[in-house]
Design a protein around this ligand. Structure first.
Ligand SMILES: Cc1cc2nc3c(=O)[nH]c(=O)nc-3n(C[C@H](O)[C@H](O)[C@H](O)COP(=O)(O)OP(=O)(O)OC[C@H]3O[C@@H](n4cnc5c(N)ncnc54)[C@H](O)[C@@H]3O)c2cc1C
Length: 463
């Protein structure tokens, strides 16, 4: 890796002001890393990775000048949003410049159900602005108060809202992505509709997103509910049926096997020792009906609070998705996680997996729309909803971890690649399209090098 060129440091300071160029200390460390430490494998690989500088451009014009300067100097450029990724997506493998987009946070407009904003706008404030105009985010990660729009498009998947709309890549949620290229004279390129999908979730390897258009949903008012019982299968039957009930409008359906709920310390007074729980966000006009149905099925409704508008804590979503893992790791540092997708045979998959690893696998389930067009309303079908989740694993060592994952795969459970910083590549067509984009927008391979496995991993290696 070449040393960071001193003239570039001087140029960046002159361009952005010294206060927007971080060159050392704890701040440099913090802005070089994300939540990669969820994974024991990534901890070993990424702990010592650092940027040479972190820069914070405040305008697209400044960003353009930063990209041009880094291109001329042959320095790696790694985009950064809120730094909440779990796979080291924004960790600079080869040093260079981390380009933080937090000052590029203008929310331009919410019109006709479409949000248009800069990449550094955070999802929480976006939801507030959208709601004031009668709309809401279709899906958002549980980190919505910290995570940026650019980071969600660059490295996120989905989350709350997924049970209705699927993930960020589902349907027509992505309207357009506008990027700056990493060239001597960075160009502005706009990708719309299906064309934009190739620039989605590429870990900042295919240009710097400067503007995003995302479709929203008409806003609803929600209540946050928790259901509890010591009987896992009773709860599973109910949550599964509720998630697939196309007449019930909801934003979350999650289920947690005891003792996972024991980690949710702020909810301690609501949750019961030894009981499994499900969390749901439901349309407020249907809360009474849904709560009564749960009680009739033998569940206790142990938590019932409105989700305020504008959104203010407490949020039950702070305990869902990869927040569940965070709460568990606080209590037991040996915990890690996997992203799992189950088939229609999920009950047998759970039983068989837990039978093999009773003390090591803990089930955390999330229901999501696999066919959002048929998730709610008169055309709804139960198969439009699938069961996935982020089961927790008590980690002993790598060999045992692999054994647990291999057993899951043998049972037909899909396991996502969450313990690598490489971008999942997909089909040959996806790989070819992504390479074409990469060549067009980043001819020197400087953008977040090392993440795109099939691309020269180290552009600085001697030929
Ligand atoms: C407690 C916890 C819970 C989580 N829950 C969820 C969840 O529910 N759903 C989910 O999908 N994820 C979840 N995550 C992961 C993460 O929070 C989300 O993916 C989030 O959207 C990342 O946003 P960010 O702004 O922090 O992005 P960052 O981590 O800063 O960046 C993510 C990627 O995007 C790239 N990027 C950032 N800005 C740009 C830009 N302007 N142009 C090009 N590329 C860019 C970066 O290079 C990086 O590769 C969770 C993580 C934690 C720690």
């Amino acid at each position: 890796m070449p040393p960071f060129p001193e003239p570039l440091r001087t140029e960046l300071r002159a361009l952005l002001g010294a206060e927007n160029v971080v060159e050392g200390g704890e701040t440099l460390k913090m802005l070089s890393l994300d939540y990669y430490w969820y994974s024991p494998a990534l901890r070993t690989q990424l702990d010592d990775k650092r940027a040479d500088v972190v820069v914070r451009p405040g305008t697209v014009g400044d960003l353009r000048a930063v990209l041009a300067a880094c291109f001329r100097a042959g320095v790696a450029v790694t985009p950064r949003g809120g730094g909440t990724g779990n796979y080291g997506q924004c960790v600079p493998i080869y040093g260079g410049a981390v380009v933080d987009c937090s000052r590029l946070d203008r929310i331009h407009s919410v019109a006709d159900g479409v949000l248009r904003a800069e990449p550094g706008a955070r999802l929480g404030p976006i939801e507030t602005v959208a709601r004031a105009a009668g709309w809401e985010l279709r899906c958002y990660p549980s980190t919505w108060m910290k995570a940026t729009l650019g980071g969600f498009f660059g490295g996120g998947a989905g989350g709350i809202g997924g049970v209705r709309w699927g993930g960020i890549a589902s349907g027509d949620t992505v309207k357009s992505i506008t990027i700056l290229t990493c060239e001597a004279e960075p160009r502005t390129l706009r990708y719309e509709g299906p064309e934009a999908m190739v620039a989605l979730r590429t870990f900042g390897t295919t240009g710097y997103m400067i503007e995003i258009e995302m479709r929203l949903a008409p806003k609803l008012d929600y209540d946050q509910l928790a259901f509890s019982t010591p009987d896992w299968n009773r709860l599973l039957d109910w949550t599964d049926a509720a998630a697939r009930n196309g007449a019930w409008r909801k934003r979350v359906a999650s289920q947690f096997q005891w003792p996972i709920p024991s980690n949710f310390k702020p909810l301690k007074k609501h949750l019961r020792d030894g009981e499994h729980v499900s969390f749901m966000l439901v349309d407020r006009t249907q809360t009474d009906e849904i709560a009564a149905a749960a009680e009739a099925a033998g569940l206790a409704v142990v938590y019932r609070r409105p989700l305020s508008d504008p959104p203010k804590p407490p949020f039950l979503s702070d305990f869902t998705y990869n927040h569940t893992t965070l709460w568990a790791m606080k209590s037991d540092p040996s915990i890690t996680y996997v992203q799992a997708g189950f088939t229609a045979d999920f009950r047998n998959q759970f039983d068989a997996w837990l039978r093999q690893f009773p003390d090591e696998v803990l089930l955390h389930l999330e229901w999501g729309a696999v066919d959002p067009a048929r998730a709610v309303g008169p055309d709804a079908v139960p198969e439009a909803i699938g069961v996935g989740g982020i089961p927790l694993i008590r980690y002993r060592d790598d060999a045992r971890f692999r054994e647990i994952l291999a057993a899951a795969t043998a049972l037909g459970i899909y396991i996502g690649s969450t313990h690598t910083y490489h971008l999942p590549e997909g089909t040959p067509e996806t790989i070819a399209a992504r390479h074409a984009l990469k060549h067009a927008v980043d001819p020197r391979g400087l953008m977040n090098p090392g993440k795109l496995k099939s691309f020269p991993l180290n552009p600085f290696a001697a030929a």
